[in-house]
Design a protein around this ligand. Sequence first.
Ligand SMILES: NC(=O)c1ccc[n+]([C@@H]2O[C@H](COP(=O)([O-])OP(=O)(O)OC[C@H]3O[C@@H](n4cnc5c(N)ncnc54)[C@H](O)[C@@H]3O)[C@@H](O)[C@H]2O)c1
Ligand SMILES: [Zn+2]
Length: 383
Amino acid sequence: MTGKTLTAGRRPSYAWTVHVVSVQLGRRSYAIQIGAGLIEGLGRECARLKLGARCAIITDTNVGRRYAKATFNALAAKGFSPSLIVVPAGEKAKSLKTVQTCYDLLAAHRLERKSFIVALGGGVVGDLAGFVAATYLRGLAFVQVPTTLLAQVDSSVGGKVGVNLKAGKNLVGAFHQPRLVLCDLDALKTLPEREYRAGLAEVIKYGIIYDAKLFAQLERDLPKLLRRDRGALAGVVARCCEIKAEVVGQDETESGLRAILNFGHTIGHAVENISGYGKYLHGEAIAIGQVAAARLSAQLLGLPKSHVDRIARLFRWTGLPVTLRLNAARRRKLLAVMKLDKKVSGGEVKFVLARRIGKVVFGCKVPSELVEQTLNPQPSTLN
Ligand SMILES: NC(=O)c1ccc[n+]([C@@H]2O[C@H](COP(=O)([O-])OP(=O)(O)OC[C@H]3O[C@@H](n4cnc5c(N)ncnc54)[C@H](O)[C@@H]3O)[C@@H](O)[C@H]2O)c1
Ligand SMILES: [Zn+2]
């Protein structure tokens, strides 16, 4: 089953228009709502899902300061009894230590089997709160209220939840699908510019891996998107969620197709790692990774040069990095790190490569020397 339906959904009184995308996973199916002012309607949606009265909102300091009160009030107004858990902002909070703190607070607030958790924040909060929900009392329901562009188009959909270990990112986790995802476009207004542009790297990815029309629309509408025009954003966020829903609906646990979502991520993750986490935002690192993957695709799958150029240009227009200057030692380190990535199977690095914009292939073997060459392009081949 796939999540094909994109309907101009029910129109709740609190929003001008709401796109509804459904993730079709049998009994675990759920809706993603995309629109402005949706937080206000959170209590109503949770009541519709017949979730238990007691709940906890998990958020971070940045997001909590701005949106916790509205979220709390929306739930309380419909008879829910929320407690608020605020974790420090940033990747460091995605740890077992924070998970432990959350468990203690849930116990103090007497959450029970029918209770639920609201993840209010970016991907860090979504992954952390989702993991807490997956494990506390052997699994509680949870609702995602993503507040970064990256979280709205990617991390809040699909049920991958987890935390980091010292040894690496996302090493402990689970598949635990939310009961509802509410993408409130108004929340994006306060997102720092650099975070917003980094989120656009995932948006562009959907165009490359799945939808040439979306890619062309991004080329056309980028100025509107950079202005965070609500109308342009609504359609684009909905289309990205629709693509993710369709992919996850076909391959929930990443045994095949879901791998296409990793386009640009093999090199991107290694870039994040060797630069020291924090230098590049995830979206910036995967912009570099996607341009490198496009160049590899040209050599190995015949991706037309004009498509490679369009890909590099769109990332550049978005203000994202497309190349990385590395000396030979750092290049070797990057290759070594790539081989340690948890997605490597049998010691071989597998790439997602593109035949053309809108069509990719996963599981491609790429010789290390070619990766190294691509990361060290001669000035004449730089776009
Ligand atoms: N589960 C998945 O499928 C999946 C997919 C991709 C990424 N991820 C994970 O997502 C995480 C990255 O998520 P992210 O990029 O959203 O980062 P993030 O959650 O750290 O948010 C980025 C920053 O923006 C702030 N912020 C969030 N919303 C805001 C708002 N509306 N206004 C002002 N500030 C706001 C946060 O406090 C933080 O400082 C990583 O841990 C990554 O592993 C998970
Ligand atoms: Zn990503």
